[in-house]
Structures are given as structure tokens and as C-alpha cells.
Design a protein around this ligand. Structure first.
Ligand code: IMP
Ligand code: MG
Length: 187
């Protein structure tokens, strides 16, 4: 039962989709690509809270450049499971983007609506360049071509948790990424 899982804390989400070793390997590759592509620059990594906080911490340490980090928090209007595309900025950036090479760091792209809103908003602030690094992209869910410069993994439609991703604010601290399956009695 859900209440047992909550009280013992030993109940785990479902099957591991991406192990911590596989994530680490891919993050190292992404860091290498970013280091090569931004050679000679000091990019600004913009993490989208809260989901991107773990990925951001690992990615930033995999990039061998004099980078800066900043964070934004957004909340989307509409119900909890589907974003409406109308996004409210809950915490804005501290730094000015004009002339900066900005790399948006996202946990997961589902419909792409959140990202498209963010991109329009950030572009209006006059960055020298604006690219996206998404750890996960859910296949076949985006209406438009998204133009994502860096993608960690494409994943199937299942809801996932761990490595920063939550369900109702839980499981962000799992070191791996797992399918989320509600607890089954007797399992
Ligand atoms: P989009 O606007 O539909 O692309 O929604 C993206 C946002 O929804 C992400 O930044 C996550 O916060 C959340 N999200 C989408 N799928 C998942 C999931 O499988 N696990 C946890 N959060 C998710
Ligand atoms: Mg979330």
C-alpha cells in the first residue's frame, strides 16, 4: 500500500531505466562535447529548477571551461500531469544575458512547451547564443522540431523518477533513473 511505502521508505520505484554508471558515462560525453564546442568562451549554464539540479551539478563538473551557473524556477499553469505551455517564472536569473553564450540545462523534455516558452523568453534578453542541453527527451511527444543541441537519452513514454526528477517532490535523490510504478500490494 502507498501508506506502507511512505512509512518504511524502503519501497522503490520500478525498473531501473538508466543506471548511475550509464548516466555518468553520458554526462561525461556531454561535458566533453560542450567543452569542445564552447572552447575559448565562458558559457553560462542556466538550470531549470527543480528537476535539473542534479544533472546541472554533474554536467558543470564535466565541462572544462571557465563557466558560470545560474538557475530559474518556472511553474506551468494547468493540471499536474500535462503542461499547458503557459509558464510563470517563479525565480528569475540573477545575471544579465546580453552577449552571453547561454546553455539551458533541462531534466526532461516532454511536450516541449515549457522549453519553447523559456527559449522565447531568454532569446528576448539578447544572448550571443542560446542552446539547450536536455538529459532526457521522451520520444514522440513533441509537436514541433525542438532543435536540441545536446540530448542525453531518448526514453519511452513511461513516467520516470530519480536523478533530480520527482513525483510529488519525492525520489529526486535516487542516483539512477527508474520507471515510476505505483506500489502494488504484496510486492
Ligand atoms: P513539457 O513542458 O511537457 O516538456 O514538460 C516538461 C516538464 O515536466 C519537466 O521539466 C518536468 O518537470 C516534468 N516532467 C515531464 N515528464 C516527467 C517525468 O517522467 N518525471 C518527472 N517529471 C516530468
Ligand atoms: Mg517536475
Amino acid at each position: 500500500m502507498v501508506s506502507d511505502a511512505m512509512s518504511t521508505g524502503t519501497d522503490m520505484p520500478g525498473e531501473i531505466l538508466l543506471s548511475k554508471e550509464r548516466i555518468a558515462e553520458r554526462v561525461a560525453e556531454l561535458g566533453h562535447d560542450i567543452t569542445r564546442d564552447y572552447a575559448g568562451e565562458a558559457p553560462l549554464l542556466v538550470g531549470v529548477l527543480k528537476g535539473a539540479f542534479v544533472f546541472m551539478a554533474d554536467l558543470a563538473r564535466a565541462v572544462d571551461l571557465p563557466l558560470e551557473v545560474d538557475f530559474m524556477a518556472v511553474s506551468s499553469y494547468g493540471n499536474a500531469t500535462r503542461t499547458s505551455g503557459v509558464v510563470r517564472i517563479v525565480k528569475d536569473l540573477d545575471v544579465d544575458l546580453s552577449g552571453r553564450h547561454v546553455l539551458v540545462v533541462e531534466d526532461i523534455i516532454d511536450s516541449g512547451l515549457t522549453l519553447n516558452y523559456l527559449r522565447r523568453n531568454l532569446r528576448s534578453r539578447g544572448p550571443a547564443s542560446l542552446e539547450v542541453c536536455a538529459l532526457l527527451v521522451r520520444s514522440g511527444r513533441q509537436a514541433d522540431e525542438l532543435d536540441l543541441r545536446y540530448v542525453g537519452f531518448e526514453i519511452p513514454p513511461d513516467f520516470v523518477v530519480g536523478y533530480g526528477l520527482d513525483v510529488a517532490e519525492r525520489y529526486r535523490n535516487l542516483p539512477h533513473i527508474a520507471r515510476f510504478e505505483p506500489a502494488t500490494p504484496g510486492a
